[in-house]
Design a protein around this ligand. Structure first.
Ligand code: TXA
Ligand code: MG
Length: 325
């Protein structure tokens, strides 16, 4: 079915419209500090089914539930001590915690795709928070892109993915962080980072006062039947064009995405810099929108300069590696 998709700048009226759609079991794209999400009432089976349908997402891949505050999270998830410390220190913020589900909650079973665990996050974005508060229910929200495509950091990018598939895109500013939340599995004694993001191992280890490792590549690919994080096995965004990472040698037909002071000569059809000052946080916030731009440009291919593999650069490189293989 083709729907008419409205893109509306957030105000009190749009808040009411968004909440009305959610209450009637419809889905709405909503900005968050990481990327735009495609939200639905997480307790409504029909709404959750619409999320999977609009994205074209396989139903074995579970969704993150978004809450207004920690208190509401505790009705749905059993947070162990590590999880509680992380939640109290870093929420609201770009961190998703995997925890055991609490018995007797009212979440639609397809949100968790049959797992015994649940992914929970308290986002740090006024628009998303107001919508959750007014709805009074957890909001299930994957990134608001078609499955296999790049996460959107602006309302325009959501529209290019989901136009005609959802009734409303709530437009806010460009997402400030620009990469999806860090996902940490807190279901065992040793917490493990399943998806790197704004918070990396350094910060999480500091908060918990112990080493918090990244999930190893071996662990990731092991056990396909019962993966730690089903979404990590899926092919992530790949641009339509060929993508070369760690490149210092674009061709004259390339869209070249640089980082830091670019010394030396190079030829390229288009050139844009993720951060002239070499600031990794700025680079992360520009990454997805520059990749979008590169993909729709007239270039033959896309080259990206090396990004230092530290701090949020670890998350940038993880996304880039998954985009080019
Ligand atoms: O920043 C974000 O996290 C954004 C915004 C909208 O909040 N959301 C987002 O959702 O990136 P999505 O669906 O694109 O990615 C969620 C990832 C998927 O890879 C999924 O497999 C994983 O979280 N996940 C969800 N529930 C899980 C669970 N119980 N155990 C392990 N992984 C889980
Ligand atoms: Mg996604």
């Amino acid at each position: 079915m083709v729907l008419k998709t409205s893109v509306k700048t957030f105000n009190d009226d749009v808040l009411r419209q968004a909440v009305d759609f959610l209450k009637s079991g419809d889905v709405v794209a909503i900005p968050t500090e990481t990327v735009y999400g495609l939200g639905g009432d997480a307790t409504n089976d029909a709404a959750v089914a619409k999320i999977f349908e609009a994205k074209g997402r396989p139903n074995f891949n579970p969704l993150i539930s978004h809450f207004y505050d920690l208190k509401h999270v505790l009705d749905y998830a059993d947070l162990n001590n590590d999880a509680l410390i992380l939640a109290e220190t870093l929420w609201p913020g770009p961190l998703t915690i995997i925890a055991k589900q609490k018995d007797g909650h009212d979440l639609s079973s397809s949100v968790t795709a049959g797992l015994s665990t649940i992914a929970v996050r308290v986002p740090n974005h006024d628009i998303m928070r107001e919508i959750i508060r007014e709805l009074g229910k957890p909001v299930a929200a994957p990134s608001a892109n078609r499955s296999g495509s790049l996460s959107p950091t602006s309302a325009l990018h959501v529209a290019s993915n989901l136009n005609g598939r959802i009734p409303l895109i709530v437009a806010g500013k460009q997402s400030t962080i620009g990469l999806e939340s860090t996902i940490i599995d807190c279901t065992n004694d040793t917490p493990v980072i399943l998806r790197p993001g704004y918070f990396g191992s350094d910060r999480l280890s500091e908060v918990l006062g112990k080493d918090v490792p990244y999930l190893s590549k071996d662990e990731q690919s092991k056990n396909f039947e019962k993966p730690k994080s089903p979404g990590l096995l899926l092919k992530h965004y790949s641009p339509k064009k060929e993508l070369f990472i760690n490149s210092l040698t674009p061709s004259k037909d390339s869209f070249y995405i640089g980082f830091g002071p670019m010394i030396g000569e190079f030829d390229a059809l288009h050139f844009i810099n993720l951060s002239e000052e070499g600031n990794l946080i700025e680079a992360a916030s520009n990454l997805f929108s520059y990749l979008y731009e590169a993909d729709i440009s007239s270039s033959k291919d896309i080259h990206i300069a090396p990004i230092p593999n530290k701090e949020i650069g670890i998350a940038i490189n993880e996304r880039l590696e998954r985009a080019c293989n």
